[in-house]
Design a protein around this ligand. Structure first.
Ligand code: BTN
Length: 250
């Protein structure tokens, strides 16, 4: 995939721009980027902060032949690409907080928001939106406890361009593996080895039932395997559920 790039100095949300461009016929592999966002969207209706000159805000348009139920797995494919790119380009150890956060030293440097557009029951496009805190020095007070940037953790300024190129190259490879098997079997081992909650006690915030258990890892469908305190094994689907460490965010 050699991305066709659409660049904005400033926009509301690259995911929104990408959605419009996908409807307007922009092809599979188009990458929409912005230097800053005024209305960046996070998961669960939260805002995502993208200040000028220091962050990566990008949304990839995909138009794969896939059934809708596979779309959420692409968040995990992109998470794997971002983790590896941070390791390769910045020399930092990064970890994944399932399913869509990337952490360095237990603080969040990246969030991924995957959105799907349907025509009837078929996928017309999938937008994978990725926000990365690259060279920020400071964060708004409400997130300063849980957010960090690559620069704050490494003490060095990082090239946003090199990081984006590396993520795209790695995504291409992992996406190819995913499309062959239509599951995450090809990245399972690598993903699980970077999963921050693996082997830790977690609290699963399921709207139907909240429970504690030990996170074991993901399966090939991208669900988190959790051993409940009763010993029962359950699989947790990312859709509506959020997982917390017992002492807070991680
Ligand atoms: C999250 O952690 O809640 C997900 C954050 C996703 C933010 C990115 S920035 C680029 C793209 N455009 C958006 O409006 N959101 C995503």
């Amino acid at each position: 995939m050699n991305p066709n790039i659409v660049y904005f100095e400033e926009t509301g949300s690259t995911n929104e721009e990408a959605r419009k461009l996908a409807f307007a016929g922009y092809p599979h592999g188009t990458l929409v980027m912005a230097d800053s966002q005024t209305g960046g969207k996070g998961r669960r209706g939260r805002n995502w902060h993208t200040p000028k000159g220091t962050s990566i805000a990008m949304s990839l348009i995909l138009k794969p032949q896939l059934e809708a139920e596979y779309a959420s797995m692409l968040t995990l494919v992109q998470a794997m690409a971002v983790v590896k790119a941070i390791e390769e380009e910045c020399g930092l150890n990064a970890q994944i907080k399932w399913p869509n956060d990337i952490l360095v030293n237990e603080k969040k440097v990246c969030g991924i928001l995957t959105e799907m557009n349907l025509e009837g029951t078929k996928i017309s496009s999938i937008i994978i939106g990725t926000g990365i805190n690259v060279n920020q020095e400071d964060f708004p007070e409400d997130i300063s406890d849980i957010a960090t940037s690559l620069k704050r953790e490494s003490g060095k300024v990082h090239s946003r361009e090199n990081l984006v190129k590396c993520i795209c190259k790695l995504f291409d490879n992992y996406f190819g593996m995913f499309m062959e098997s239509k599951d995450l079997s090809g990245i399972l081992e690598e993903y699980n080895s970077r999963l921050i909650s693996a082997g830790r006690r977690v609290k699963v915030l399921d709207p139907k039932e909240e429970f504690m258990g030990e996170a074991l890892g993901i399966n090939a469908s991208g669900e988190l395997l959790v051993k409940k305190e009763s010993g029962e094994m359950v699989t947790v689907y990312a859709g509506e559920v959020s997982v917390r460490g017992i002492y807070g965010y991680v």
